[in-house]
Design a protein around this ligand. Structure first.
Ligand SMILES: Nc1ncnc2c1ncn2[C@@H]1O[C@H](COP(=O)(O)OP(=O)(O)O)[C@@H](O)[C@H]1O
Ligand SMILES: [Mg+2]
Length: 499
């Protein structure tokens, strides 16, 4: 009886009915942590509890961050790194695929290591490791990057040649090297294989030729970034505060991937040799943003770090717009996942399948604005409360100006009530501005567009918005590409244009 009555009272808030059977957020004592040992992230959506992140009770300090472009992943990562450095003096190493952290790192007084002409990283450098261990790592990278795995004979030849190149310089392959002794380079390895080919006594010359060819891709003049004596000292960067390793100038994805794998291997070694630390907090955070190959391949050290990082107080942050690019072993093992705006059903299915959140959370995620996030934490002990909750928004240092383009004037009544088509699109100011610039709209017109939107509470109906664009002299074709870039479907675009 009483239950029915209660349901009646709350019938206008059906979504909240679940509260009766299950609390919608973890209890405050889990969300609020010692401010000197945790990082404030934002306020929870329902009970407005200030959530500060601490990994003390979590399975590990690793974090995954997913969300569409512009959802606020990089902004969150920056916020986290800055606060971790205040609180724990955490060092940060950003493996910067597109060079998007560079300006920020400079501003904050960090170090930018940019690959440009004249910068080299010798992938045979040992950083205190036994040569045999490095050989294994190099073979592993080649396995991820090339087809060597399908040619056992070439694999053997290559491995032997790398080992031999160390021996030729007086290294003992199963012993740690002396300090300051220069390692061989990929060019030495190639020379050894070529010599063998010249000798003409080897039974399968084609195998030798192919082995040489494969390595040469990384040693061509002008592209020999990883085939010369290092000019960059990776061993030091773990303790150097905030470091951005900008890979954007490398020729292509393979080079960036090779660099990222090598950096992760070196960091992992460093993590192991530094051993346990009695200090509280996090020693280092390594950021992999949009490095899909490195995050997806099961042979990548990203996975080793996720498995072993906790005991070394070494955290990995993996960010991606495509959650299926993050290997399941990373995804299901990280201590915390931050899920920002996600639109594709396919991605939502993957996330829900792997994190097990409710349909309520799922629908929240697909309706998030910039900076809003669902958080999922894996606690060390089994706890009886929902582990996924929603943050009003990630609270960073900069103000958030959200602009809305409202589609309700072009949708029919039934489309609006069915809710299958997104009715408004939100953009953060910088993001919208960049879009305008990308579509060649003049600075003057951009200012005009913003002041129009500002005068209407930062929101505009899509038809009015397009009128404004046209009045600013933007041609129809660009208007169409603009709408396409919002991932509107073609039929809807035609309908909007015809209005
Ligand atoms: N929580 C937030 N508060 C204020 N501004 C934000 C927030 N999240 C994102 N932004 C802004 O939104 C824009 C897009 O964010 P960004 O982090 O670059 O997205 P992503 O990395 O997911 O593509 C940036 O201009 C950023 O400053
Ligand atoms: Mg980003």
């Amino acid at each position: 009886m009483s239950l029915l009555k209660l349901q009646h009272i709350m019938s206008s808030q059906i979504a909240k009915r679940a509260f009766l059977t299950r609390p919608p957020e973890p209890p405050a004592e889990v969300l609020i942590n010692d401010p000197l040992q945790s990082i404030f992230v934002g306020t929870t959506k329902i009970f407005k509890i200030p959530f500060s992140w601490s990994f003390a009770n979590l399975t590990n300090p690793h974090i995954s961050v997913v969300g569409i472009t512009g959802a606020g992943k990089s902004y969150f990562v920056k916020t986290l790194l800055i606060r971790a450095s205040y609180i724990w003096n955490t060092n940060a190493i950003i493996i910067d695929w597109a060079g998007e952290y560079k300006a920020w790192v400079k501003q904050t007084g960090g170090t930018v290591v940019a690959f440009a002409k004249g910068d080299y990283l010798n992938i045979l450098d040992l950083a205190g490791m036994k040569p045999l261990d490095r050989v294994k790592q190099i073979m592993n990278s080649l396995d991820i990057l090339t087809d060597i795995g399908t040619y056992p004979e070439q694999k053997r030849l290559t491995e032997e040649a790398i080992e031999q190149s160390y021996i030729n310089l007086g290294f003992r392959v199963s012993e740690k090297p002396q300090q300051g002794k220069d390692a061989p380079t990929l060019k030495n390895v190639i020379a050894l294989l070529e010599e063998k080919l010249q000798e003409g006594t080897y039974e399968y010359p084609a195998e030798l030729e192919n082995s040489v060819y494969r390595l040469r891709q990384f040693a061509r003049e002008g592209e020999d970034y990883f085939a010369r004596k290092s000019t960059l000292d990776l061993a030091r960067i773990v303790d150097s505060g905030l470091v951005d390793i900008d890979l954007s100038a490398l020729p292509d994805e393979r080079f960036r991937t090779l660099a990222a794998l090598f950096i992760l291997q070196t960091l992992k070694e460093k993590m192991r040799t530094q051993g346990f630390s009695e200090t509280k907090g996090l020693k280092a955070l390594v950021v992999l943003d949009e490095a899909w190959k490195v995050a997806s391949d099961e042979k990548s050290d990203a996975i080793t770090i996720v498995r072993e990082g906790r005991k070394y107080q070494f955290g990995l942050i993996v960010a991606s717009q495509n959650p299926t690019d993050i290997n399941e072993a990373i995804f299901s093992n990280v201590g915390t996942s931050f899920i920002l705006r996600i639109r594709f059903e396919k991605f939502l299915n993957y996330l829900q399948g792997s994190l097990n959140f409710s349909n309520f959370i799922r629908s929240e995620i697909s309706n998030f604005g910039v900076g809003q996030a669902a958080v999922e934490m894996a606690f060390q002990t089994a706890l009886r409360f929902p582990q996924t909750f929603v943050l009003e928004r990630i609270h960073g240092e900069e103000p958030l100006y959200v602009y809305t383009i409202d589609l309700s004037d072009v949708l029919t009544q039934s489309e609006l009530s069915a809710g299958l088509i997104q009715r408004d699109y939100q953009f953060e100011k910088e993001e919208l501005k960049n879009k305008f610039i990308e579509f060649n709209i003049s600075t003057e017109n951009i200012d005009l567009l913003f002041s129009r939107m500002d005068s209407q509470g930062r929101s505009m109906k899509v038809v009015d918005f397009l009128h404004e664009l046209r009045d600013s002299g933007v041609p129809n074709s660009i208007v169409v590409s603009f709408l396409k870039s919002m991932s509107l479907d073609d039929l809807l675009i035609t309908r909007i244009i015809s209005k």
